[in-house]
Design a protein around this ligand. Structure first.
Ligand code: NAD
Ligand code: UDX
Length: 480
């Protein structure tokens, strides 16, 4: 029986390996992690991550050909194929701080593989890494362990959170990069055969190592660039009276452009886009390409602009101050159908409002109070490091309360900010919301989920990203 071991039981390692185990009953899959808490979660009734459809698959395979363990060394030693799916956050200190990828976790995984291996292995880069990482990893493996053959493949993951299972079952493509040597090509075939159990051959793309590594950064940069493009348009729509949804629809019907990923928002979040673009920018700078670096940097600048523009809009609409006013924050996760808060725009918006001394009442159906408090007290980039390396969670922040019901959050609030497009926010009884709030009652929709006309009829003053402005907002001082 072929044995696969995946190092890193996170948002990628867990779901990816669960699907491999389901689709390949002849392969034994073990997911290992240094975090006992995470592994205990995977072995319990309450999985450590929320992803629609995941629980069913884990329950079907766990104990059959899918295992979760903290005995990292034992399972690495026994495996034929090792996936490395550890986190690769942005460096917080030293050379390249704030831009370059921190490969500490990757390097320590590679050194451990070299230390414990007694047989030949295929080592698969699943994490998103800078181009040429495979070369560095090859050096660590081959120099530390003579006589054992390690073949490195790049197999970046394209799943999106919230739709991970759908994406894994039916991927647009699977990308496998390897050396153009007989060993490299043989390893590519071995991994291709694993995916071929459920992915049509024509969707499995095989390339050289560097193309595969760079394609992952490029794909995320292109996706994020679409969002910054539509968000830049949303500012112009507000200034001119155009409606961003109509503009997106008109632009997206051009078959060369396509309709997906053109929703204006308060800004993109998630653990990947910002980190991977910063990483790309750093690689361009290191390769003497400042013009290319600046081009991609602008995608992040527009995203930051969109978040601060939203905060300014809230404050300026509410008579230029939110000091001591209660603001309800509906949604904290970076998108719907996940409990993940890494780089969520809600953090920047909440911090901006707290800076103006607002009182916040936060509700998200999947994010815990502990997580929210941690996020609001942490420095940028720190929280993408594993939980066990994070500073202890503060007990609370004075002006913030976290509640477990949207109606509780909005009670007596002056304004409501919608930060995540959870379906339940579309279906709220907005008359009930209005009746329980202070007057005038404001709604700031950062995700374009509410029916603006209906809310205005109820009596709300409504701001919705990129939509024609409420007369009230037009009369307020211009936003920076
Ligand atoms: P994550 O933080 O959820 O999981 C990483 C896990 O690796 C953690 O549980 C950590 O404890 C573990 N780990 C770190 N060092 C270890 C070591 N030496 N030995 C054993 N375990 C170790 O991260 P994630 O979101 O799953 O992302 C993993 C990688 O995949 C990143 O490079 C990311 O950029 C990439 N990626 C993420 C997504 C996504 O949607 N989250 C999508 C595509 C690619
Ligand atoms: C992304 C990539 O989509 C995925 O291929 C890669 O493997 C990991 O990074 P993820 O971050 O999980 O996935 O979610 P995604 O759906 O891409 O959304 C990222 C952010 O962009 C979210 O905050 C989302 O709300 C925002 N977004 C997305 C928009 O603001 N507008 C859109 O039209 C689409």
């Amino acid at each position: 029986m072929v044995k696969i071991c995946c190092i890193g039981a996170g948002y990628v390692g867990g779901p990816t390996m669960a699907v491999i185990a389901l689709k390949c009953p002849d392969i034994e899959v073990t997911v290992v992690d240094i975090s006992t808490q995470r592994i205990n979660g995977w072995n319990s009734e309450h999985l450590p991550i929320y992803e629609p459809g995941l629980e069913e698959v884990v329950k079907e395979c766990r104990g059959r050909n899918l295992f979760f363990s903290t005995d990292v060394e034992k399972h690495v030693a026994q495996a034929d194929i090792i996936f490395v799916s550890v986190n690769t956050p942005t460096k917080t200190h030293g050379l390249g701080a704030g831009k370059a990828a921190d490969l500490t976790y990757w390097e320590s995984a590679a050194r451990m593989i070299a230390d414990v291996s007694k047989s030949d292995k295929i080592v698969v880069e699943k994490s998103t890494v800078p181009v040429k990482t495979a070369e560095a990893i090859e050096r660590i493996l081959t120099h530390s362990r003579k006589g054992i053959n390690f073949t490195i493949l790049s197999n970046p993951e394209f799943l999106a959170e919230g739709t991970a299972m759908k994406d894994l079952f039916n991927p647009d493509r699977v990308l496998i990069g390897g050396r153009e040597t007989p060993e490299g090509q043989k390893a590519i075939e071995t991994l291709r055969d694993v995916y071929a159990n459920w992915v049509p051959m024509e969707r499995i793309i095989c390339t050289n190592l560097w193309s595969a590594e760079l394609s992952k950064l490029a794909a995320n940069a292109f996706l994020a660039q679409r969002i910054s493009s539509v968000n830049a348009m949303s500012a112009l729509c507000e200034a001119t009276g155009a409606d961003v949804s109509e503009v997106s629809h008109s632009v997206g019907t051009d078959s060369r452009i396509g309709p997906k990923f053109l929703n204006a928002s308060v800004g993109f979040g998630g653990s990947c886009f910002q980190k991977d673009i910063l990483n790309l920018v750093y690689i361009c700078e290191c390769n003497g390409l400042p013009e290319v670096a600046n081009y991609w940097k602008q995608v992040i600048k527009v995203n930051d602009y969109q978040k601060s523009r939203f905060v300014n809009r809230v404050v300026s609409s509410m008579f230029n101050t939110v000091s001591s006013k209660k603001i309800a924050i509906l949604g904290f996760a970076f998108k719907k159908d996940t409990g993940d808060t890494r780089e969520t725009p809600a953090i920047d918006v909440c911090k901006g409002l707290l800076g103006d001394r607002a009182r916040l009442s936060i509700y998200d159906p999947q994010v815990t109070e502990e997580q929210i408090m941690k996020d609001l007290s942490m420095r940028k980039f720190d929280k993408d490091h594993p939980a066990h390396l994070q500073p202890p969670s503060p007990t609370s922040i004075k002006q913030v309360s976290v509640v477990w019901d949207a109606y509780e959050a909005v009670k007596d609030a002056h304004g409501v900010c919608i930060m995540t497009e959870w379906d339940e926010f579309k279906k709220l009884d907005y008359q009930k919301v209005y009746d329980s709030m202070q007057k005038p009652s404001f709604v700031f929709d950062g995700r374009n989920v509410v029916d603006v006309d209906m809310l205005r009829k109820i009596g709300f003053i409504v701001y919705s990203i990129g939509k024609p402005l409420d007369p009230w907002l037009r009369d307020m001082p211009a936003v920076a």
